[in-house]
Structures are given as structure tokens and as C-alpha cells.
Ligand binder design. Structure first.
Ligand code: NAD
Length: 267
């Protein structure tokens, strides 16, 4: 019989490393083959840490198809459903197939600079800003329709799963992960007799393209935050964003976990 490999991906904290040791022996007791790191033949990846560890794991392994589940040793742990004290219960439920699958849809950005086009994917959000905290001026198009000329700190485009992160702190709405939409959220929009743009976020169908075209006169925006990681581009001209066909799969063990998680983590 083929080995049942389970990846263990952990951050470097003391608690995470101890949790990984306990997880590894519980997996061995049940006949699984734990692998520290990412093996493409594994049936499951278990990520130990906080949301940051989960995001890093997804990016570093190019958003793998292998489903994952998170054990939370971080602060909030929105993506990390399992608590370290419940490892055995979680493994029993896994072996009995008592779980559902939830798709985490990614946002894709095509980034056009003067000489090159770059591609980026994010789990939570992309934020287009100016470096050095300058005001940015961006023409916003939905498909080919001009919507507004935005002036402010930046524009945040979040996935449904990312809507509870930076988007929520910036006054955006919480969007259930089953919905196929993106949210365009202005960060500190300027509204004066000189500049006028929408002051609240817009929910855009996932199949539509949000184009952010930098005002040539200013061309100040060149910082794209991708799940919090900074990416600087010179001669940035346009960023096109859509909900991607790529997704990652999370196993969910408790019923109604989304709503319970929301209440637990935010109220
Ligand atoms: P970090 O350590 O600064 O963590 C930011 C916080 O965001 C953590 O508490 C984390 O648990 C929480 N978080 C991440 N994804 C979440 C989600 N989908 N729903 C609810 N909370 C979530 O940074 P990091 O760990 O590298 O994470 C990067 C993320 O941080 C970015 O994707 C962004 O959403 C978030 N962030 C938030 C703010 C803000 O709220 N003002 C500012 C910058 C970045």
C-alpha cells in the first residue's frame, strides 16, 4: 500500500515546534508518514502557526492543490481552525472523513510596467499604494468602463476570504467565501473640491476586470502589497485584477465554522 504522506509546515516559534512534534507522533501512531516540509505526493498539508504562516506556506509552494488544515499557535488564526490541544480529535475526524472542503479563491494581478508584464496572486488582498506614503492618483475602470479618478492613500482589492483582514480594518464589508466576487476598497479617499471619488467599497463580480491606471502626471503609485508583502515596480503603468481560477482548498471540521469563527474572532 502506498505511503499516506502528510506534510507538516511550521513556523519557528517554540510552541509551533512542540506542536509539530506532538502532531508527528500522533500521525505515526495512526500509520501516516509525516514529512517536515512540502512533498507534492502528500494527501494533506498541516500548517502550524498563525495566519501569516499559512499565507507564507501558500505563496512559497505556489498555491498547491493539496488541501490544507491549520493548527493555530498564532494570535488570531482566522485560517487556522484547529487548536493545539485538539490534535487527536482532529486526526480521528480526518480518518473518519468527517469534514467538508472550502475553496479559497485567489485574486490575480497582471502588472504592466514600461518594459515588462508581471503576474501576482494573492489569498487575501492586493493594495496599490505610493511608496513613501504619498498621495496616489489612479483612474479606475471596471472592464472598459471608467468609474472614477481616485485620490488617496491607496486602493485595496480583496478576495472573499481576505475580506476579514486588511479590508475589514479599512471599513470594507465581510464577504462570505462562497461568493465569486472581489471587493474594491478605497483607503483614505480624498474628497474635496479638488478631488472626488467613492468613499465606500464596491463589490465587483469576479469575472469582471478591475483596471487601475496610474495618472501619468503623478505616476507616484509603485508599491503593490501582495498579502502584506511589499513589491516595488518602476515605471508602473497599469494593474489589472480579476478573481482567478486558481484556488486553494481548506478542510473544515466544525459545522457552521465560518459564522462561529467570525463571532469568536471579531466579537
Ligand atoms: P501580520 O503579522 O501583521 O498580521 C496581520 C493580522 O491579520 C494578523 O492578526 C492575522 O491573523 C490577520 N489576518 C490575516 N489574514 C486574515 C484573514 N483572512 N481574516 C482575518 N484576519 C486575518 O501580517 P501577516 O501575518 O504577514 O499577514 C499579512 C496580512 O496582514 C495581509 O494579507 C493583510 O490582510 C493583513 N494586514 C492588515 C492590516 C490592517 O488590518 N490594518 C495592515 C496590514 C496588513
Amino acid at each position: 500500500m502506498a505511503d499516506r504522506i502528510i506534510n507538516i509546515l511550521t513556523n519557528a516559534s517554540y510552541e509551533s515546534k512542540k506542536t509539530a512534534e506532538r502532531l508527528s507522533s500522533s500521525l505515526l501512531e495512526r500509520g501516516f508518514k509525516p514529512f517536515y516540509g512540502f512533498d507534492g505526493d502528500a494527501e494533506l498539508s498541516i500548517c502550524i502557526g498563525g495566519d501569516g504562516s499559512f499565507l507564507k506556506t501558500a505563496h512559497n509552494n505556489n498555491f498547491p492543490r493539496i488541501p490544507f488544515v491549520g493548527i493555530n499557535t498564532g494570535h488570531l488564526g482566522f485560517y487556522q481552525e484547529i487548536i493545539p490541544g485538539k490534535i487527536d480529535e482532529f486526526l480521528d475526524s480526518y480518518m473518519e472523513g468527517k469534514y467538508s472542503r472550502s475553496q479559497i479563491k485567489l485574486v490575480k494581478a497582471d502588472i504592466y510596467t514600461k518594459n515588462k508584464v508581471f503576474k501576482q496572486y494573492a489569498v487575501n488582498e492586493m493594495v496599490l499604494k505610493a511608496s513613501h506614503s504619498k498621495l496616489v492618483h489612479i483612474n479606475v475602470f471596471i472592464d472598459s468602463n471608467h468609474l472614477e479618478k481616485f485620490s488617496g492613500d491607496g486602493l485595496l482589492i480583496s478576495t472573499p476570504s481576505g475580506s476579514t483582514a486588511y479590508n475589514f480594518s479599512s471599513g470594507g464589508a465581510i464577504v462570505h467565501p462562497s461568493l465569486h466576487v472581489l471587493q474594491l476598497n478605497p483607503i483614505s479617499p480624498v474628497n474635496s473640491s479638488a478631488y472626488r471619488s467613492l468613499g465606500s467599497s464596491i463589490i465587483v463580480p469576479g469575472g469582471h476586470t478591475i483596471s487601475l491606471v496610474l495618472e501619468k502626471r503623478y505616476a507616484s503609485a509603485n508599491l503593490l502589497l501582495v498579502d502584506g508583502a511589499e513589491n516595488f515596480y518602476t515605471n508602473l503603468h497599469r494593474v489589472n485584477l480579476r478573481l482567478s481560477n486558481k484556488y486553494i482548498t481548506k478542510l473544515v471540521f466544525s459545522e457552521n465554522s465560518y459564522w462561529n469563527n467570525l463571532k469568536d474572532k471579531f466579537l
